[in-house]
Design a protein around this ligand. Structure first.
Ligand code: PEP
Ligand code: MN
Length: 366
């Protein structure tokens, strides 16, 4: 008597389990190959090898499936294996929470940045223009409880004929004023050859948006051992931004702060578009502190308060803002820097003083 459906299905059930076992064994071999490929810098995708496997399967195929069907079944298996290899690679990323589940706390002097520490404000002029300008800004900001002072000595300018910064002399001015007022000094580095000078004068090396994928610079800054503030590139995806941070961590530097500074969109009312989801996502995917630069994001003084609130609400560990003694005569970004009076109003309207002394989770409690 012929077997009934139930008996045939029982046989299929047994075969399913055998197939699963074989597939799992195959997947483990693929993982081992994937590891070797990664170690040797080879791609997981090898179309020539896939073609050879498909040809061998066609030659061995006795039916009843047609070759095209066998190919499509195996292509699924190839794809699943490659996915596995890629997932395996991701687990190795030093920026990933899979490798480092706790929040990183970056120490700058006696400041602790990240995790549940109070949000930190980095304030100061766009560019260091003179010792007098820097002294005025540093003295004022320190008197308002600011702990980190910014000022660019090397400026990445679109127009080569515009003010390029004072260079190493600017770094020296920034360092001296910061020391006089007990501030930590943050400044942008544009060239890997300047690392030694920055090590001498700056507390935090800023990698600007335009250099986010300058891999030579990232490697040099990563090796400097100094804390780094890594801006997101003008048109960088979140993944590219995190990969740039990976370069720094890969060089053995764990003290990395990410900084969202707005991205290029079609919008004309703002200079850039602040991507708040990137702040939240960077905090989910990585263990690094994330700041929001509210000045370059919107490029508008009237957005500084709401963008600060938005940044803190999505979990930012700090805010960067440009403050200049006399923005009208500033040599760069004179439309968006704020004067001292406006900064006082900013502190008041954001409630920053209360927030500076509170744990991050208390800043915006929902
Ligand atoms: C800056 O902070 O001085 C600056 C140039 O910013 P960004 O690199 O984000 O444009
Ligand atoms: Mn600026």
């Amino acid at each position: 008597m012929k077997e009934g459906i139930a008996e045939l299905r029982q046989k299929i059930d047994v075969l399913n389990l055998q197939l699963l076992e074989l597939l799992s064994e195959r997947a483990r071999l693929a993982e081992a190959i994937g590891e070797l490929q990664t170690a040797q810098g080879l791609s997981h995708y090898d179309p020539v090898r896939e073609q050879q496997m498909l040809e061998a399967l066609s030659a061995a195929n006795k039916g009843p499936f047609e070759n095209a069907t066998v190919h499509s079944l195996f292509k699924q298996i190839f794809q699943a294996s490659m996915h596995l290899e890629q997932q395996q690679d991701k687990k190795r990323y030093l920026t990933s929470r899979e490798v480092h589940s706790d929040d990183t706390v970056v120490k700058v002097g006696d400041l602790s940045i990240g995790s549940d520490h109070s949000p930190v404000l980095i304030a100061g002029p766009c560019a260091i223009e003179s010792a007098e300008q820097v002294e005025a800004a540093a003295a004022f900001l320190a008197s308002r409880g600011v702990t980190m002072f910014r000022g660019g000595a090397f400026k990445p300018r679109t127009d080569p004929y515009s003010f390029q910064g004072l260079g190493v002399e600017g770094l020296r001015i920034g360092r001296e004023a910061s020391d006089r007022h007990g501030l930590q000094f943050v400044s942008e580095i544009m060239d890997a050859r300047d690392v030694e000078a920055f090590k001498e004068y700056a507390d935090v090396l800023q990698v600007g948006a335009r250099n986010m994928q300058n891999f030579t610079l990232l490697k040099a800054v990563g090796r400097s051992g100094k804390p780094v503030l890594l801006k997101r590139g003008l048109s960088a995806t979140i993944e590219e931004w995190i990969m740039a941070a990976e370069y720094l961590l890969h060089e053995g530097n764990p003290n990395i702060i990410l900084c969202e500074r707005g991205i290029r969109t079609y919008e004309q009312f703002t200079r850039n578009t602040l991507d708040v989801s990137a702040v939240a996502l960077a905090k989910l995917q990585t263990h690094l502190p994330v700041f929001v630069d509210v000045t370059h994001s919107g490029g508008r003084r009237d957005l500084l308060v709401p963008l600060t609130k938005a940044g803190l609400a999505v979990g930012a560990d700090g805010i960067m803002i440009e403050v200049h003694p006399n923005p009208q005569v500033a040599l760069s970004d004179n439309k968006q820097q704020i004067d001292f009076e406006t900064f006082d109003r900013y502190l008041e309207e954001t409630g920053y003083h209360q927030k500076l002394s509170r744990k991050r989770h208390e800043v915006y409690a929902f």
